[in-house]
Ligand binder design. Structure first.
Ligand SMILES: C[S@@+](CC[C@H](N)C(=O)[O-])C[C@H]1O[C@@H](n2cnc3c(N)ncnc32)[C@H](O)[C@@H]1O
Length: 321
């Protein structure tokens, strides 16, 4: 488990070894993705061609791409169609696979909404759109290229920078007046940042009753700190916040077996929810412990290795004062 954490952390920190730039060149060279070939296609078919081409590229030697993949991706797509979110936030764009998979449904679901190119425009308008945060400029460039080929460059806005400080200022960046919030958030960036970043979103009112949180990789490598936060009751969360914040990282623990979740929660969310990693850049947050989520795992598997993995889907159903 520790090995997986380490691999994922290292993977997520690096700017790539050139495979992501190579992917963009490859996509742009494919005749099947040229404007000539795709301009008459429906959005679903056009975007699917790009997804298939990304997936095929990732099968090559030393070309593993850390995308959500087909099985988990389709489950989240079904959720998008069911919940009909207007505003979706993604943490961790990478080369854009998940962005293409999920954002392509927005246009069909909300054909008469405005997809602002410039988010500083009129805040009264009925906005829909997909905002994706990515730390690496290199990955963001590849993703933007893919979004254009898929016909989604007007629907998806990529914000480049580190998640935690950018989430703090996101309401301002997007000129989103209160109480406007995200209807869906897909967390797929640095795993130890999930908990602190959700707490920042809760504090900023960018998630709240009605929001659906979807967190990838909660089995491989596992994320007990995050699961503790979204599965705890308001009482448990309030109690845990009375304990002092941790200044050093507690030992990384695997997900407890299902039968032991209750015990793990017995005295509030486990220790890691009170610790923020260095990558949070000094930002701390207590979240909004009054928010109530119903939370469960959607089982799936890794697109290339076939290992079991899952997304945690947490629907915020209300607030207890
Ligand atoms: C697993 S990949 C995302 C895969 C993508 N969602 C998909 O399914 O196609 C994780 C991404 O998170 C980015 N990342 C890591 N730490 C980040 C941070 N603090 N803020 C924003 N992005 C970060 C990495 O650069 C990487 O592109």
């Amino acid at each position: 488990m520790l090995v997986w954490w380490t691999i994922l952390i290292v993977r997520c920190r690096i700017q790539g070894d050139g495979r992501e730039e190579a992917l963009l060149k490859h996509l742009q060279s494919l005749q099947s993705l040229s404007t000539q070939e795709t301009s008459n296609l429906a959005l679903q078919e056009r975007s699917q061609r790009v997804l298939d081409a990304i997936h095929e590229f990732g099968k090559g030697q030393n070309r593993y791409l850390m995308s959500v993949g087909d099985t988990k991706g389709r489950q989240v797509e079904a959720l998008v169609k069911e919940k009909k979110p207007k505003l979706i936030l993604e943490l961790g764009t990478y080369v854009g696979y998940s962005g293409i998979s999920f954002a392509r449904h927005l246009v069909e679901l909300h054909p008469s909404s405005i997809y602002p190119e410039n988010w500083s425009s009129n805040t009264e308008e009925d906005r829909a759109g997909y905002i994706s945060l990515e730390k690496s400029e290199v990955y963001a460039t590849t993703a933007r290229g893919g979004f254009k080929l898929a016909g989604l460059d007007k629907v998806i806005k990529v914000v480049v920078g580190s998640s935690t400080p950018n989430l703090k200022s996101l309401r301002e960046t997007l000129n989103m007046p209160k109480p406007l919030k995200f209807d869906m958030v897909f967390l797929d960036h640095l795993k130890p940042l999930y908990t602190i970043d959700v707490k920042v979103l809760e504090e900023e009112g960018l998630v709240g009753p009605g929001t659906v949180l979807v967190a990838d990789n909660v089995v491989k490598p596992g994320n007990p700190a995050y699961l503790s936060w979204v599965r705890a009751t308001p009482e448990q969360k309030r109690k845990s916040l009375q304990a002092p914040r941790l200044t050093t990282q507690p030992p990384v623990t695997p997900n407890p077996p299902t039968a032991e979740w209750e015990t793990a929660f017995h005295s509030g969310p486990i220790d890691e929810t009170r610790w923020a990693p260095d990558e949070a850049e000094g930002i701390t947050a207590e979240g909004d412990p009054g928010l109530i989520y119903t939370s469960e795992m959607l089982d799936g598997w890794d697109p290339y290795t076939g290992e079991k993995d899952a997304c945690e889907v947490s629907v915020c159903t209300g607030r207890q004062d």
